[in-house]
Design a protein around this ligand. Structure first.
Ligand SMILES: Cc1cc2nc3c(=O)[nH]c(=O)nc-3n(C[C@H](O)[C@H](O)[C@H](O)COP(=O)(O)OP(=O)(O)OC[C@H]3O[C@@H](n4cnc5c(N)ncnc54)[C@H](O)[C@@H]3O)c2cc1C
Length: 334
């Protein structure tokens, strides 16, 4: 017979898990998960990571917390350190490939969404999406971000990776940011130069510092809202023509040079339309790997490796991933 106390503990620390409505099993929490639920009751355990990336692949994270306040983040990192488990920061998940085995630690999904304006400067929390930032700027009569229409992800992801498109990179509009050192737990303000920006990279990729918010300088618009919307409509149409619709992480590889974009090399290696199980190199754009529905992370990695090998064999060029490929302990690998 189960006593009342045993029943209460079981209800608190065990749960039924459903994946894609197919498998159903009973999960028993480990000690770190129990402490996590005690300390952060709204935290999630054994949470499928496929829900948190645009590729729609990835197994369960032991723990996941949707941080809606920047002040939650240091506390979550301290918890992971005390438990001696890895942690991983994510924003929109549009530049990540999770492992099929998931993540054996704590995923901190940044969803902090404050946004303020001061003259021609906008300060946005790192969880604000680029789309929200753009809409906010237009609503407030500012211009300068129109070229980012259709750019997925959050402010935090863009600041770390120097995201950009149509000739506008983050480094051209960011003034300063508040960052958190994961080593010391210290928060400080840094300016544009600090990031040592280059093509799709910044110093943060080395330091592991976390962006809490960032300030962008725009211009008081001299063009009408209608003209702004027209420019964005044209860019949107161009994206729709040039890029495929479907689950991907955008460009999988960095462009080796302007003259030799990765998509062109993959195309000339004869790989457009190539599939591995439920993954395909897009027919429309050689640098887009698509999850056709039901793909695994392993399928995507196999197809990416094939593209790398073929491009190396044909052009003697090493393609480098733009997408961050993670193993179940958060280490980057292919
Ligand atoms: C259809 C499609 C089209 C795309 N087109 C473009 C394009 O034109 N140009 C372009 O540059 N990119 C493009 N991308 C890639 C992607 O949108 C960008 O890389 C984006 O900036 C990633 O932001 P994110 O919030 O999704 O980051 P995530 O994918 O969640 O994370 C990416 C990395 O940033 C880190 N990170 C996230 N938030 C923070 C934070 N607050 N502090 C520190 N580190 C953080 C994560 O740890 C991870 O290492 C495209 C993606 C898709 C799916």
């Amino acid at each position: 017979m189960i006593c009342k106390r045993h029943f209460m503990l079981t209800a608190k620390y065990c749960q039924f898990i459903l994946f894609n409505g197919q498998k159903c099993y009973f999960s028993r929490m480990n000690n770190a998960q129990k402490e996590f639920k005690d300390k952060f009751p709204s935290g999630l355990v054994d949470e499928p990571l496929s829900r948190y990336c645009t590729f729609l692949v990835g197994g369960p994270a032991d723990m996941l917390y949707r941080a809606q306040n920047t002040t939650d983040i240091p506390e979550l990192i301290s918890f992971a350190k005390a438990q001696e488990i890895p942690y991983l920061i994510i924003g929109g998940g549009s530049n990540l490939l999770f492992d099929d085995k998931g993540f054996r630690g704590l995923v901190i999904k940044i969803e902090c969404r404050r946004i303020n304006i001061d003259g021609d400067e906008i300060t946005a929390d790192s969880g604000v999406t680029v789309a929200e930032l753009l809409n906010f700027s237009i609503r407030n009569g500012l211009s300068g971000l129109e070229k980012w229409i259709g750019l997925p992800g959050t402010v935090g992801g863009a600041v770390r990776g120097n995201a950009g498109c149509n000739g506008l990179e983050t480094k051209e509009v960011i003034v300063k940011a508040t960052i958190l050192s994961s080593e010391t737990g210290e928060t400080r303000e840094v300016d544009n130069e600090y990031f040592e920006y280059d093509y799709r990279t910044s110093l943060l990729k080395e330091t592991g510092e976390i962006v809490l918010n960032a300030t962008f300088k725009l211009a008081n618009t001299s063009i009408s809202k209608e003209e702004q919307l027209k420019v964005m409509q044209e860019i949107k149409q161009f994206r729709q023509q040039a890029q495929p619709y479907g689950s991907s992480s955008g460009s999988f590889f960095k462009n080796p040079s302007l003259e030799q974009p990765a998509g062109m090399l993959i195309d000339q290696a004869g790989l457009k339309g190539k599939t591995v199980n439920k993954t395909q190199i897009s027919e429309k754009h050689g640098n887009f790997l698509l999850n056709l529905g039901g793909a695994t992370s392993e399928d995507i990695k196999e197809l990416a490796n094939l593209a790398k090998q073929e491009v190396k064999a044909k052009f003697d060029i090493e393609l480098e991933e733009e997408v961050q490929i993670l193993d179940e302990y958060g280490k980057t690998k292919l």
